[in-house]
Design a protein around this ligand. Structure first.
Ligand SMILES: C[C@@](CO)(OP(=O)(O)O)[C@H](O)COP(=O)(O)OP(=O)(O)OC[C@H]1O[C@@H](n2ccc(N)nc2=O)[C@H](O)[C@@H]1O
Ligand SMILES: Nc1ncnc2c1ncn2[C@@H]1O[C@H](COP(=O)(O)OP(=O)(O)O)[C@@H](O)[C@H]1O
Length: 266
């Protein structure tokens, strides 16, 4: 069976406090976007993992799909499988690509081997693999809170707009990004701010990672400024970076960004 795990963007990201477990409480909007990997699972004599497309740092046994397999194997009588991942979603980008693969792997195994795992249980399994992994089980726009793994569904439909995603040649790991953060409580919750017209978002909706990441990587700040100059209604770095997205009411000409960055018109 083949599934196509998609990326997400974060619209707003407030990191509010450090938790005793070493994680941070945060609030953000997760919104699914149309940039996808391809994930294939075939029953086999032994567990194997191969990949094509973008290079994935780290060993195959540390891939989140393989971790997902071992996690499920403890609780279910599943056969060995050959996993093939074609990687297209940029890595170290704040797009949750690895988390999407892991969540789609759980969904795929559930369907392929009739494991009868409920959506709530799949969400629980996904949460064990990574904070934003749980979002990709239902894969609908949500307000996320606590570690970013508790959700409230929101009505948000950006299909009338053009979303452009720009990936500079810089990769930032999530833990590196958290090291530059001083948590701050929020005045106005994103759950309220997101209901304002998109034209108002620029004034109030921010990503707390931008301050420290922009200080260390001035090029990323430049990409965001360029998106606003090109007419974006709203632009922001996604998650812990390094990708930046712009929301437009038309398809912009961003040819000038394409020499130094990868640009996706979604
Ligand atoms: C912070 C976000 C916002 O979208 O960053 P992105 O990865 O999407 O950029 C995500 O929730 C990340 O989710 P995910 O990438 O699954 O995080 P994990 O693998 O669980 O954690 C990686 C590391 O990030 C830090 N971490 C992550 C989530 C959180 N709420 N508090 C944290 O402090 C921890 O240091 C942890 O060891
Ligand atoms: N299926 C996968 N796809 C991408 N990265 C993966 C995968 N499985 C494990 N990883 C690891 O996760 C790291 C990317 O995580 P992170 O920096 O949080 O990225 P992102 O910006 O995509 O959320 C990679 O460096 C890689 O070592």
């Amino acid at each position: 069976m083949i599934l196509f795990p998609n990326a997400k963007i974060n619209i707003g990201l407030n990191i509010t406090e450090r938790r005793p477990d070493g994680y941070h409480n945060l609030e953000t909007i997760f919104y699914p976007v149309n940039i996808k990997d391809a994930l294939e699972v075939v029953e086999s004599d032994e567990l194997t993992f191969t990949s094509s497309g973008l290079d994935i740092p780290g060993r195959a046994e540390d891939n989140l799909c393989v971790k997902g397999y071992h996690m499920l194997k403890k609780d279910f009588d599943i056969p060995p499988v050959s996993i093939h991942l074609h990687k297209n979603i940029p890595i170290g980008a704040g797009l949750g690509g690895g988390s999407a693969d892991a969540a789609f792997f759980i969904r795929l195994m559930n369907e392929q081997f009739n494991l009868c795992i409920s959506v709530d249980e799949m969400t629980g399994y996904a949460r064990r693999l990574g904070a934003d992994c749980a979002f990709f089980i239902e894969n609908k726009p949500v307000f996320a809170f606590e570690r970013g793994d508790e959700f409230e569904t929101i009505k948000l439909d950006l299909s009338a707009y053009k979303i452009v995603l720009v990936m500079p040649d810089i990769h930032i790991s999530t833990s590196e990004a958290f090291s530059g953060i001083k948590p701050t409580p929020v005045k106005d919750s994103l759950l309220e701010l997101i209901t304002e017209p998109i034209t108002e978002w620029k004034k109030h909706i921010k990503n707390d990672f931008e301050t420290s990441i922009f200080k260390n990587h001035i090029e990323i700040r430049g990409v965001k400024a360029a998106l606003y100059e090109a007419g974006a209604i709203y632009a922001s770095m996604s998650g812990s970076g390094a990708s930046v997205f712009g929301i437009f009411d038309h398809t912009p000409d961003l040819g000038f960004l394409e020499t130094d960055n990868e640009v996706f018109y979604l």
